[in-house]
Design a binder for this molecule. Structure first.
Ligand code: AMP
Length: 392
């Protein structure tokens, strides 16, 4: 099935056109700075050719129109697109699994939007535009929270007053669920089913872990929002929640300032004082920058602590997978995290860890108590497979 996958943000729209049978990606790209001066589309085709088109993108509708035009100009018969898959950041309590777009399901994306206002409203608008512009193509909503929705109540419930959490729908929703689901599927295929208790480590600029037992999510590190859990590129991860009140009461920061501080000015960026990008931080640490070294040390410490927490939620783990930008590319950071877990019997084969590849691979030693793998994630393919399952 030929599927267009769309990942819309408030001022961006990523797209990928792929075939679920051959897994071939025909084209992909990103419309950036929608509604802002200096908008452009970065477009890439499967032969590696790239182009940057500087075009006015006053709104998402114009961006989608351009995407279809670019695909047509590149020789793709856009009439062959059989389904559109939409990544939705927050599915709330309505999407324990992916769903076909109808008036009702689209309404649900908007109803839960207060939980992720920066994303859900834009995503809902884009879904509506696609329905209007291409009425013959079916649309599917794939929520990043779905995979986590049915984790045990003791894992998702917050110990806050019941009337408050019920009224405001406060609970652990998690995120990166589409990636974690893909990691489970690919790892169990790669290991011929010889995996039962897996800790999936999605380590990118956003980062989260998922404890997956026989395909079921048992716990995850992100919470009501993607701010919780690991130290990330610019997010602080778990801190004492009273810090939020203290910053406002004593520090004099407004709600929005605290929100921006914790989401955009914290994490690796804040500790290193250099960058949110792990490559810059690794380089800084190699050159003797103590703050960069501390950023790495804290990342290894917190990530390994939370891996152990995920393992605890399954009473053990037999497999651990690194994925996403850092997990797939940084041998140094994989080793740093794994070394902290040696006491649990995790042993990395340092030579295998250095191998670069786009394929799943084992990087632990034969006598490691936990099998450690690197598995490149592919959220777009997972979304497209859901579209095929629901519309195919
Ligand atoms: P993602 O959000 O999954 O795209 O991951 C982005 C992050 O991955 C970047 O901010 C970098 O920190 C990290 N990253 C990407 N490529 C490399 C690399 N070759 N070595 C180290 N870190 C990398």
């Amino acid at each position: 099935m030929i599927v267009l996958v769309i990942n819309a943000g408030s001022s961006s729209l990523k797209y990928q056109l792929l075939d679920t049978t051959t897994k071939k990606v025909y084209a992909k790209g990103n419309c950036e700075r929608i509604g802002i001066d200096g908008s452009f589309i970065g477009h890439e085709e499967n032969d590696g050719s790239k182009q940057k088109l500087e075009v006015a993108l006053p709104d998402h509708k114009t961006a989608i129109k351009h995407v279809f035009d670019i695909l047509a100009e590149a020789g793709f018969d856009t009439d062959k697109i059989e389904g559109i898959g939409h990544r939705v950041v927050q599915g709330g309590w309505y999407f324990p699994e992916s769903k076909v777009v109808t008036d009702e399901t689209l309404g649900w994306v908007r109803e839960v939007a207060p939980l992720a206002p920066l994303h859900n409203y834009a995503e809902a608008d884009v879904i509506e535009i696609c329905r209007e512009m291409f009425p013959s193509i079916g649309n599917v909503i794939v929520a990043d929270t779905s995979f986590h929705y049915n984790m045990p109540e003791k894992a998702w419930r917050y110990a806050l007053p019941r009337d408050v959490v019920d009224k405001l729908h406060i609970r652990k929703y998690g995120a990166h669920g589409t990636s974690h689901r893909y990691i489970w599927k690919t790892t169990s295929e790669f290991l011929n089913g010889d995996v039962h208790k897996l800790v999936s480590c999605h380590l990118g600029s956003g980062a989260s872990l998922s404890a997956i037992e026989d395909g079921h999510d048992m716990d995850t590190t992100m919470g009501l929002t993607p701010l919780d859990g690991l130290i990330m590129g610019t997010r602080c991860g778990t801190i004492d929640p009273a810090t939020v009140c203290y910053l406002q009461r004593v520090g004099g920061y407004s709600v929005d300032e605290v929100d921006t501080m914790m989401n955009k000015q914290s994490g690796l960026l804040a500790v290193s004082g250099v960058s949110s990008d792990s490559r810059d931080i690794e380089a800084g640490a190699h050159n003797g920058d103590a703050n960069c070294q501390m950023a790495l040390d804290m990342f290894y410490y917190r990530t390994s602590q939370l891996i152990a927490e995920m393992a605890q939620s399954m009473h053990g783990f037999d497999t651990m997978v690194f994925t996403a930008g850092i997990g797939e590319n940084s041998a140094e950071m994989r080793l740093g995290v794994a070394k902290e877990l040696e006491w649990l019997g995790v042993k990395i084969d340092e030579k295998a860890n250095e191998v670069r590849s786009d394929e799943p691979r084992v990087i632990s030693t034969d006598d490691s108590k936990v099998k450690v793998l690197v598995v490149p994630t592919n959220e777009e393919l997972m979304i497209a497979l859901d579209v095929e399952a629901l519309l195919g």
